[in-house]
Ligand binder design. Structure first.
Ligand SMILES: *Cc1c(COP(=O)(O)O)cnc(C)c1O
Length: 232
C-alpha cells in the first residue's frame, strides 16, 4: 500500500516537473511520518525513501533511535527552544525556525557539538492567525541576523500554505514564496544559501513544484490518513 502510494506520488512529482520544465532531481520528497508507526516508515524506507519529516521532538527522538542511520530526518513542526538540545546534531534540517532566539539556540547547541545545522526560515505567507512563522516582510532581516550565527546555515524558506480543496488557490502563495527567496538570494548575504524552498503538502504539492518547491512535505498521500485521536 505505502509502496504503491509512493509510486503515485513520485509520478505526480515527475509530471509537475515536466509541466514546469524542471528536472526531477531538483525536487526532494520528504515523507511526513508523524504519528505513523515504525513499520510504516520501514515500508517507505524499503521502497527507497530516505528523507522523513516529523513534527514532535519526543516522537522524532524515539524514531531516530530505532530506525536506520542513513535516514535524513527533517524537523518540520513547531520547535521550542528548550527542546533544541534533543535533536541538534541528529537531524538533517530544521524547517521551522521562526525567531532569532530559536536560531541562536540551534546555533549555540550546534557549535558545542562542532556542527553546523541547516535551517529554513518558516514564513507565514498567508498571514494565518493560527500558524507560526515570520511575516514575509521580516524574512530579509531575519536572514541578515542569522548569517552572523556560526552554528547554523540558512538554506532557504519554508511555508505551510492554508488547507484548501483546490490547490490552485495556493498558487499565488507559492509564487510569492519563490519571489521572496529570490529577493533574499539577490542580496548575497554571507552564509545564506537560499537554495531550498520547502512548500507543498498532500493537497497542493504539484502546484508547489510548478512554482519552484525543492522540498515537498507529503504525509497523507504516502502513509494514509492520520488518526489524531491519540495525539500527545
Ligand atoms: C503534517 C504536515 C505535513 C504533511 O501533511 P499532509 O497533508 O499529510 O501531506 C507537511 N508539513 C507540515 C508542517 C506538517 O505538519
Amino acid at each position: 500500500m505505502i509502496a504503491e502510494n509512493l509510486t503515485n506520488v513520485k509520478n505526480n512529482i515527475k509530471e509537475a516537473c515536466l509541466k514546469a520544465g524542471r528536472d526531477v532531481s531538483e525536487v526532494t520528497l520528504v515523507a511526513v511520518s508523524k504519528m505513523k508507526p515504525i513499520e510504516d516508515i520501514l515500508e517507505a524506507y524499503d521502497a527507497g525513501i530516505r528523507f522523513f519529516g516529523e513534527n514532535y521532538v519526543q516522537e522524532l527522538a524515539e524514531k531516530m533511535e530505532e530506525l536506520p542511520d542513513d535516514i535524513k530526518w527533517h524537523m518540520i513542526g513547531h520547535l521550542q527552544r528548550n527542546k533544541v538540545k534533543y535533536i541538534v546534531g541528529r537531524v538533517d534540517m530544521i524547517h521551522s525556525v521562526d525567531s532569532r532566539r530559536l536560531a541562536l539556540e540551534i546555533s549555540e547547541r550546534s557549535l558545542k557539538l562542532g556542527k553546523v545545522t541547516d535551517i529554513l526560515a518558516q514564513v507565514n505567507m498567508a498571514g494565518e492567525e493560527s500558524k507560526f512563522g515570520l511575516r514575509p516582510d521580516e524574512a530579509t532581516d531575519f536572514a541578515i541576523a542569522v548569517s552572523e550565527m556560526k552554528g547554523i546555515r540558512l538554506r532557504g524558506l519554508m511555508t505551510s500554505a492554508p488547507f484548501v480543496e483546490d490547490a490552485e488557490k495556493n498558487r499565488n502563495i507559492f509564487r510569492s514564496m519563490k519571489d521572496l527567496s529570490v529577493d533574499i538570494m539577490k542580496k548575497n548575504i554571507d552564509n545564506v544559501l537560499m537554495d531550498t524552498l520547502s512548500m507543498g503538502m498532500t493537497a497542493d504539492y504539484k502546484v508547489a513544484i510548478e512554482e519552484g518547491a525543492t522540498l515537498v512535505r507529503v504525509g497523507t498521500a504516502v502513509f494514509g490518513e492520520r488518526n489524531y485521536g491519540g495525539l500527545r
